[in-house]
Design a protein around this ligand. Structure first.
Ligand SMILES: C[S@@+](CC[C@H](N)C(=O)[O-])C[C@H]1O[C@@H](n2cnc3c(N)ncnc32)[C@H](O)[C@@H]1O
Length: 197
């Protein structure tokens, strides 16, 4: 059976991001995990740009750092061992960001898959990211409703996003209609001019 590129939620989020992020941009990986999205972003922004990469687990931080070093991309990345709820403590409001990626859930391969993103932390981080984004900047979220806690998180995030006024951001959800077993979905936010919340 052949497999299409559009079966993969993370790849779809990359397609959206690579349309907007250019060399020299400042971007955020809100959940760096094993660093695949961080490497993707570091390649896009190049040495003139900057990636801020957050994770609460030391295992994830170490994994991201070694992946970046292997790819000789560590210069343009600041890795932060802290929660993405503190985004605005690490990134000044004078430094608008072009994009912020969230890949929600648990660290794949970890022995403790109870450490997950939650609706509360994700919403707090989306709020900060929206305020830090430049006009036209993008937030992407890949959400996995299939693991314990994933559906609850998604429900909270969707309820929050539905309340954001349309003049603040264009908010869109991409769903797989025929994929089996609780497929992931992709949510995108595009900040509009003056779109502060
Ligand atoms: C699905 S993984 C991310 C995968 C990653 N983007 C990659 O490319 O490998 C989700 C990550 O979110 C992290 N996480 C959970 N809560 C967090 C929080 N409040 N702040 C930052 N990271 C968090 C987890 O530790 C986990 O590593």
């Amino acid at each position: 059976m052949s497999k299409g590129k559009l079966r993969n939620a993370v790849l779809i989020s990359h397609m959206i991001i690579e349309n907007i992020v250019a060399p020299g941009d400042i971007v955020v990986d809100a959940t760096c995990g094993h660093g695949k999205d961080t490497v993707f972003l570091a390649n896009l922004v190049g040495e003139q740009g900057k990636v801020y990469a957050f994770d609460i687990q030391l295992q994830a931080i170490n994994s991201t750092l070694s992946r970046l070093k292997e790819a000789h991309l560590d210069k343009q990345v600041k890795i932060i061992h802290d929660s993405h709820t503190k985004l605005d403590e690490y990134i000044s409001g004078d430094t608008p960001i072009k994009a912020c990626m969230f890949n929600l859930g648990y660290l794949p391969g970890s022995s403790n898959q109870d450490i997950i993103t939650t609706g509360e932390s994700t919403i707090a981080a989306i709020k900060s990211a929206l305020n830090l984004l430049e006009n036209g900047g993008i937030i992407t979220l890949v959400s996995y409703p299939g693991h314990p806690g994933g559906k609850e998180e998604l429900n909270l995030v969707q309820a929050y996003l539905k309340r954001i006024p349309q003049h603040v951001a264009e908010i869109c959800e991409i769903k797989f209609l025929n994929q089996v077993n609780n497929p992931p979905l992709i949510i995108t936010l595009e900040k509009l001019v003056g779109g502060k919340i």
